[in-house]
Design a protein around this ligand. Structure first.
Ligand SMILES: Cc1ncc(COP(=O)(O)O)c(C=O)c1O
Length: 437
């Protein structure tokens, strides 16, 4: 089955002449073919060749209300007409911060940035400034943006990564400022004994323990029962701040993010992606006594575009819908995700493909693996990643767009009919994968 790709191919050739690697973000280099989007609306993407895709990438997560959601588009247009960027204070940033303080359990005070990587940077600097300590614990397989101090051991080659329970820090890129490695300690996730041992050795130097509270950059993996609470207690005992990177889970898993959904409150939290319906806005939030290190001038934080008026308007419109309709919207997205997961499982069973589907609903993950227990990076790395990449291509050819590593984001714009159409396309793709294996 082949998509029309003539216009995309022409653009790919032009892009390769002028964009390094042909793309503007490494994540857009697809394992199969190219995708040049012409426009997007609701649950659909349309490419420059006129192909329609049911979209489960949603701009890597942000379009929780679907693409070009009416209230967001209206808010953006109205604000653009009133001034695009002031780099000055405005009423909407105060009202947005008030909304965050209302809905996010850990958020007493807020600072805004533009993208997730920046807000992570702000939170970790603040953690160091507050505790007077230098080190940060991160977990293998967790992604916190593309900046040097955290770009370690996201998807390291397993043969270079040391023993699973005492993983070694592996740099993420050429050109990385490797002096930052001295300030990063690495732990396996979902393993409280391993973290406790690490904290016994280094706890006095640790400013922050940062994690994705539901791991979404390495499969979609829930914390095991009691794990987050145990990490919370360990941080309290050792004086390290617990930082939840909710750039994916924020507003998606629940209005108050994973911290609301899982009932564990961090000291600081970072948000991005779904906060602003597709505009570039991020935030870090936390307890007032910590956040006030910034206002007292002890910890610096700045940015020309912080609390950008158009992005803030988009976020206000998004939160207004989510807050007003939360009792309807969230259960619906969970239900649709479960319907999709069940349909994919059944389609895989019929095709004889060992597909494991996990995730709470607003995001789900498909792995090609015989194992039924994926609980950390090493388990993820042991799945058939090449088959997952092939499945991504087979789905694209059938009008379904997912994140190539097997991640699917749901939006409030998806319908049951979309899910049924997706499952039918996936059944065909899985049959093709099964016969090609
Ligand atoms: C959990 C998490 N944190 C941070 C980031 C970085 O956000 P951004 O790409 O907006 O800089 C991402 C991006 O995918 C992410 O998934």
């Amino acid at each position: 089955m082949n998509r029309a790709q003539g216009a995309s191919e022409l653009l790919r050739k032009r892009a390769e002449r002028v964009l390094a690697g042909g793309v503007s973000s490494d994540a857009r280099r697809l394992p199969n073919g190219t995708l040049f989007v012409d426009h997007a609306r609701g649950a659909y993407l349309y490419d420059v060749d006129g192909n329609r895709y049911i979209d489960y990438v949603l701009g890597q997560g942000p379009a929780l209300l679907g693409h070009a959601a009416g209230p967001v588009v209206e808010a953006v247009a109205a604000q653009a007409g009133r001034g695009i960027s002031y780099s000055a204070q405005h009423r909407d940033e105060v009202e947005l911060a008030e909304a965050l303080a209302r809905v996010v359990p850990s958020a007493e005070k807020v600072r805004f940035n533009s993208v997730g990587s920046e807000a992570v940077h702000g939170a970790l600097r603040l953690a160091r400034g507050h505790t007077g300590r230098g080190k940060v614990v991160k977990f293998e397989g967790h992604y916190h943006g593309w900046l040097d101090p955290v770009l370690y051991s996201v998807h390291p080659p397993v043969d270079a990564a040391g023993p699973a329970r005492r993983p070694q820090l592996v740099p993420g890129t050429g050109g990385q400022q490797l002096s930052s490695a001295a300030d990063v300690l690495l732990a396996p996730w979902n393993d409280i004994e391993a973290l406790t041992e690490l904290m016994e050795r280094h706890g006095d130097d640790v400013a922050a323990v940062i994690m994705e509270p539901v791991l979404c950059n390495t499969g979609v993996i829930m914390p095991v029962e009691g794990y987050l609470r145990a990490v919370r207690d360990l941080c309290r005992r050792t004086g390290a701040l617990l930082v939840f990177d909710e750039v994916i889970t924020g507003f998606r898993l629940a209005l108050g993010g994973a911290q609301e959904y899982l009932g564990v409150t961090p000291d600081l939290a970072v948000f991005g992606k779904a906060i602003a319906g597709g505009m570039q806005l991020s935030a870090f939030t936390g307890r007032a006594e910590i956040m006030d290190r910034i206002s007292s001038g002890q910890v610096a934080h700045a940015g020309t575009f912080n609390a950008h008026p158009v992005a803030v308007a988009a976020a206000r419109a998004t939160l207004e819908v989510l807050e007003r309709d939360r009792d309807d919207l969230y259960p619906r997205v969970f239900r649709l995700g479960a319907l999709l997961a069940d349909g994919l499982r059944e389609a895989a069973r019929q095709a004889g493909v060992p597909l494991v589907v996990t995730g709470p609903g607003p995001m789900i993950q498909t792995y090609v693996t015989e194992s039924d227990d994926v609980r950390d990076y090493r388990d993820f790395a042991a799945t058939d990643l090449a088959a997952s990449a092939r499945l991504h291509g087979l789905l694209m050819d059938r009008g379904v767009n997912i994140v190539p590593r097997g991640l699917w984001f749901l939006s409030t714009a998806h319908t049951e009919a979309d899910v049924h159409e997706t499952v039918a396309a996936a059944a065909d793709a899985l049959r093709a994968l099964g016969t090609g294996r």
